[in-house]
Ligand binder design. Structure first.
Ligand SMILES: *[C@@H]1O[C@H](CO)[C@@H](O)[C@H](O)[C@H]1NC(C)=O
Ligand SMILES: *[C@@H]1O[C@H](CO)[C@@H](O)[C@H](O)[C@H]1NC(C)=O
Length: 515
C-alpha cells in the first residue's frame, strides 16, 4: 500500500464551468453592436427558412424520412434502469446483442485507425505462431488482479486481489462500456489483468533455445525489456481519488483551456508541477529550478499532495497550467497518466527521455509532437530547448499545436474504445481454446457497477457511460509493420533525438567560448 501511495503522480482538479467563457464575449458584443445582433437574427431567419424547405421536400420523399428516423432511433440511448436491477440484482437481458451488418455496407468509408494501433500486432507478436493456450493464460495469473471472461457479449470477472484505489473498478467499467458500444462484436475471450504500475513479463526469461512461450498479461504500460500487453488505463473513465473526470469531457475543457492565451503571450519558461518523491529522476529534475544563482529556464513546483487531496485538488486546475510556453513531462515510478494532459496543452512538451510506454505514446514523434530532453543532462537540455524555442517561435509553436491535435484527434474517446476493440479482437483470434464462464466468476454489467456505486465514483460512471450501441463501426486497422518498416521508424526517431543532442552540444560549446 505504502509503495503505491508514494507513486501517485501529478494530479489535477476540475475547473470552472467553461460554457460561461464561451457565451460571455458573444453576449457582450451583441449588446454593444446592433450590427452583430442583426447578423444573428438574419441567420436565424435563413436557418428557419432552410429547415422548413428541407422538411417540405422530405415530406415528398418518403424513403429519406425513413432513413433519417432510423438513424435517429439508433442514436437514442439505452439508459440504465436501476429500479429493474436493484430488487433482483440480475443484469438485464434486453440489451442488444447483435448488430446490423447492413450498416457497414451503407457506410463503406470507415476511417483508418491512427498509426499507433499498429503496435497492437507488435504487442501480440510473441503468440503469433504459437497461439494462446489455456495453460499460458493460467501462468499469467501469478500477478493478476482479475480474470476477465467475455462470453456471448457478457462479462464475467474473477477477482484475485483488489487493485489500488479504483483502478480495477474503472478499468472494468471501461470494458463494460465497450460492450455497450459494440454489442455482438466483441468476441468470446479470456484474459488476465494486472493493475500494478510496472511490467513484469521479462522477455529475457522467454528467449533462448529451450524458451517457453510467455504468459499473456494485460496492464497499463510496458518497456523495452518486457512483453506485457498494454491496455488503456482507468483514468479515461475517471479517477475519483484525485478528482480527474472522464476523458471525453476533460478533453473538451482542455481544448477550451488552450484558447485562454496565445502561445507567444505565455511565460517563456518550462513548467513542471508534480510529486518529486516518487522517483529519483524527478528529484534530479528539481535541481534545474531557478534560484538567485542560476536560471535554466525552468520553473518547477512540488505538489503538496496531502494538502491538495484535502482541498479536493482545486489548486491543480488544468487550465491554469497552460500558461507557459513549455511544459515538462517526466515519468514517475512508471509511466504517468499525466502525459496526455500535458500533451493536450498546446505549449511545447519537453519529454525527459522516458523508459516506459503506454498504448498511445508509441505514436509520438520527436520534433513533431515533442522536444526530447536528455535524462542524464536535464538542466542544460532544458535551457537549450527553451532558448531554441524562443528564437524559433513559429516552429516551437507548431510542435505544441501538433501534440494537442494528436491528443484531440487521435486520442479521442472513440479511438480509445476502438483500440480496446481491435486489441481484444486480435487477442481473441489467437486463443486456442473456447472461453467458458469460470465457476468463481461473477457477471458484471453497467447496472451491477453503477447502480451500487456512490458519490463521485457513481457520478463519473454516469458521465462516462456509453449511451447505447454505436451507429458506426470501429475504425479500420492499419496494416502491421514489417521488420524493415518497423526498423526504419525506430531509426527515424533515434536520429531525430540524436540531431537535437548534436545541436545541444554545439550550443553549449558556443556558450562556453563566451567570456
Ligand atoms: C425500469 O424497469 C421497471 C421494472 O422492470 C419498469 O417498470 C420501468 O418501466 C423501467 N423504466 C424504464 C425507463 O425503462
Ligand atoms: C522553484 O523556484 C520557485 C521560484 O523561486 C519557487 O517558488 C518554487 O517553490 C521552487 N520549487 C521547488 C520545488 O523548490
Amino acid at each position: 500500500m505504502q509503495r503505491f501511495q508514494r507513486h501517485l503522480t501529478t494530479v489535477w482538479g476540475q475547473w470552472s464551468n467553461f460554457t460561461d467563457t464561451i457565451w460571455r464575449p458573444f453576449l457582450k458584443s451583441s449588446a454593444k453592436s446592433p450590427a452583430v445582433l442583426f447578423v444573428f437574427l438574419f441567420f436565424l431567419f435563413v436557418g428557419a427558412f432552410v429547415s422548413t424547405r428541407l422538411l417540405n421536400t422530405a415530406n415528398l420523399a418518403g424513403p429519406t424520412i425513413a432513413k433519417i428516423s432510423e438513424k435517429s432511433r439508433q442514436r437514442i440511448g439505452i439508459p440504465l434502469n436501476c429500479s429493474a436491477y436493484s430488487p433482483t440484482r440480475t443484469c438485464p437481458a434486453n440489451y442488444p446483442t447483435t448488430y446490423n451488418k447492413q450498416d457497414d455496407l451503407d457506410r463503406p468509408l470507415l476511417p483508418t485507425c491512427p498509426d499507433y494501433f499498429r503496435w497492437i500486432y507488435e504487442d501480440l507478436r510473441p503468440w503469433a505462431y504459437t497461439g494462446i493456450s489455456r495453460d499460458m493464460v493460467e501462468r499469467a495469473k501469478r500477478t493478476a488482479n482479475f480474470r476477465l471472461v467475455i462470453v456471448n457479449g457478457k462479462a464475467y470477472v474473477e477477482t484475485f486481489q483488489k487493485a489500488f484505489q479504483t483502478r480495477d473498478v474503472f478499468t472494468l467499467w471501461g470494458i463494460l462500456q465497450l460492450l455497450r458500444k459494440y454489442p455482438g462484436r466483441v468476441p468470446d475471450l479470456e484474459l488476465m489483468f494486472d493493475c500494478v504500475d510496472w511490467p513484469v513479463v521479462l522477455s529475457k526469461a522467454y528467449s533462448g533455445p529451450d524458451a517457453t512461450t510467455p504468459p499473456p498479461l494485460f496492464r497499463y504500460c510496458g518497456d523495452d525489456s518486457t512483453l506485457d500487453i498494454v491496455f488503456p488505463d482507468w483514468s479515461f473513465w475517471g479517477w475519483p481519488e484525485t478528482n480527474i473526470k472522464p476523458w471525453e469531457a476533460l478533453l473538451k475543457e482542455l481544448e477550451e483551456g488552450n484558447k485562454k492565451s496565445k502561445w507567444v503571450e505565455r511565460e517563456a519558461y518550462a513548467y513542471w508541477k508534480g510529486n518529486p518523491v516518487v522517483a529519483a529522476t524527478r528529484q534530479d529534475l528539481l535541481k534545474c529550478n531557478v534560484s538567485d544563482k542560476q536560471d535554466w529556464n525552468a520553473r518547477l513546483y512540488a505538489q503538496d499532495w496531502l494538502k491538495e487531496s484535502k482541498e479536493g485538488y482545486k489548486q491543480s486546475d488544468l487550465a491554469n497550467q497552460c500558461i507557459h510556453r513549455y511544459k515538462i513531462y517526466i515519468e514517475g515510478s512508471a509511466w504517468s497518466v499525466s502525459e496526455k494532459y500535458i500533451l493536450a496543452c498546446d505549449s511545447v512538451t519537453l519529454i525527459v527521455k522516458p523508459h516506459y510506454y503506454d498504448f498511445f505514446t508509441r505514436g509520438l514523434v520527436p520534433m513533431q509532437h515533442y522536444w526530447p530532453i536528455k535524462d542524464d543532462d536535464k538542466c542544460r537540455s532544458i535551457k537549450f530547448a527553451v532558448d531554441w524555442g524562443n528564437s524559433h517561435k513559429k516552429k516551437a509553436k507548431s510542435i505544441g499545436k501538433a501534440a494537442s491535435r494528436f491528443i484531440q484527434d487521435d486520442l479521442k474517446m472513440e479511438y480509445v474504445y476502438d483500440y480496446m476493440f481491435h486489441l481484444l479482437n486480435e487477442y481473441a483470434k489467437l486463443l486456442k481454446f473456447k472461453p467458458s464462464i469460470p465457476e468463481k466468476a461473477v457477471e458484471f454489467c453497467s447496472e451491477s457497477m453503477a447502480c451500487t456505486a456512490e458519490g463521485i465514483g457513481k457520478k463519473f460512471m454516469m458521465e462516462s457511460m456509453v449511451k447505447g450501441p454505436a451507429d458506426s463501426s470501429p475504425c479500420t486497422m492499419p496494416p502491421s509493420y514489417n521488420p524493415s518498416s518497423l526498423y526504419s521508424l525506430i531509426q527515424k526517431k533515434t536520429s531525430l533525438i540524436e540531431q537535437v543532442e548534436m545541436w545541444q552540444n554545439k550550443y553549449w560549446e558556443n556558450q562556453n567560448k563566451q567570456p
